[in-house]
Design a protein around this ligand. Structure first.
Ligand code: ACO
Length: 342
């Protein structure tokens, strides 16, 4: 048998032939489009400012009767369809989100009911924009340990529900949507080669939502003070995003003893075109290696990498055996990267 031209870190452990594959991907975005020109009528901004500073042209906004769980369910159904796996076979649903339908029950439980995955265990986890990569890391642990055979990992957000639509510093950046992946133990296809995740709680104040939790429960004052909206230090978030994404990507590549030139498709968190270009330049990735769709959706936090992965697969640019690098960064701070052999 020919030796693979890169190191599979999983092979060095005693996994007894076990491997974790992404056997299906899917995504869903709401129909309503909010363009930069629409935003010009809402706050003091311009299409020119938003485009040159971020690369975003439009974003999707969920309807009133659409929630994180319903968008997550649509993305999950599409991923299960591609995987040819019935919902009844799902063992575990992990939903990464910072905008759950409600504090409890978990959005993953609502998804379980919505898609009819009757026997699945279900929980939510939160790592903001790194959520989907964190979810892949957690999901693959259950597969590799033989605890479960089929794990559904979803990144889903209705960020429009926590964006302050009177704050031009933030409202132009975010959008709604969901993406999902089905993980199974399948030999030699679409294998998750490595995942790497990290965090720095010291910088939690760069991007956060002050109220609505146990520290500052909802009161008339918290509502009047607009504390139920996200707050962000844009410049510091930018700086930390570039550093953390470069470092996470390098860690993941190093574990596989891979050079960036071997990666067919780099799928970064879609927050800002300038962040993506800066990370690519530091890594030495060429523009044609990058997959970027943020001009259509803005920053969809935990859904961003999942939607982009689904669209990259649907675009037909990936062939069997191609290597994909996922890399993300988010509030927390959190970061993560993953290498997949497609
Ligand atoms: N329209 C017009 N002017 C604006 C807007 C807007 N929408 N937003 C801010 N401005 C103004 C500010 O008021 C400020 O004006 P002032 O200088 O008179 O005070 C000025 O533009 C700010 O300009 P810069 O500081 O040069 O803006 P910058 O180049 O830093 O871009 C941006 C701002 C786009 C927010 C950038 O910092 C950024 O993208 N940061 C990362 C944000 C992000 O992606 N966060 C999430 C990542 S992590 C995660 O996804 C969870």
């Amino acid at each position: 048998m020919m030796k693979p031209p890169f190191k599979n870190p999983r092979a060095s452990h005693n996994f007894q032939g076990r491997s974790c594959s992404i056997v299906g991907v899917g995504s869903y975005v709401p129909a309503k489009i909010l363009t930069n020109h629409d935003l010009e009528k809402m706050v003091d901004t311009s299409d020119e400012w938003i485009t040159t500073r971020t690369g975003i042209k439009e974003r999707r906004i969920a309807a009133e009767n659409e929630w994180t769980s319903t968008m997550a369910a649509r993305a999950a159904e599409r991923a299960l369809k591609m995987a040819k796996v019935p919902a009844a076979d799902v063992d575990l649903i992990i939903t990464a989100t910072i905008t759950p339908d409600m504090p409890f029950p978990a959005t993953a439980c609502l998804v379980q009911e919505e898609i009819g995955a009757r026997r699945a265990a279900a929980f939510d986890m939160e790592a903001a924009c790194s959520g989907f990569i964190y979810g892949l890391e957690i999901g693959q642990q259950f597969i590799m340990s033989r605890t479960y055979n089929t794990v559904l990992v979803i990144g889903a957000e209705k960020l429009s529900s926590i964006v302050d639509w009177s704050d031009r510093n933030t409202c132009v950046l975010f959008g709604d949507g969901a993406g999902a992946a089905v993980l199974q133990n399948r030999e030699n296809s679409h294998g998750l080669l490595t995942t790497f995740i990290g965090a720095d709680g010291e910088k939690g104040d760069l991007l956060y939502m002050p109220a609505g939790g146990s520290r500052c429960p909802a009161t008339r004052q918290s509502v009047d003070g607009r504390l139920h909206y996200l707050r962000m230090d844009g410049k510091q978030s930018f700086k930390n995003a570039v550093q953390a994404m470069e470092s996470a990507a390098r860690q993941a590549l190093q574990r596989c003893e891979l050079d960036i030139s071997r990666i067919k498709c780099v799928i970064p968190h879609q927050a800002n075109r300038r962040i993506i270009d800066a990370v690519a330049e530091r890594l030495g990735a060429a523009p044609e290696q990058l997959f970027v769709n943020l001009e259509k959706y803005g920053n969809t936090s935990a859904a961003s990498v999942a939607i982009a992965l689904d669209e990259a697969v649907a675009s037909g640019r990936l062939n069997r055996g191609d290597l994909i690098l996922l890399v993300g960064f988010g509030a927390g701070l959190t970061w993560g990267a993953a290498v997949i052999e497609w």
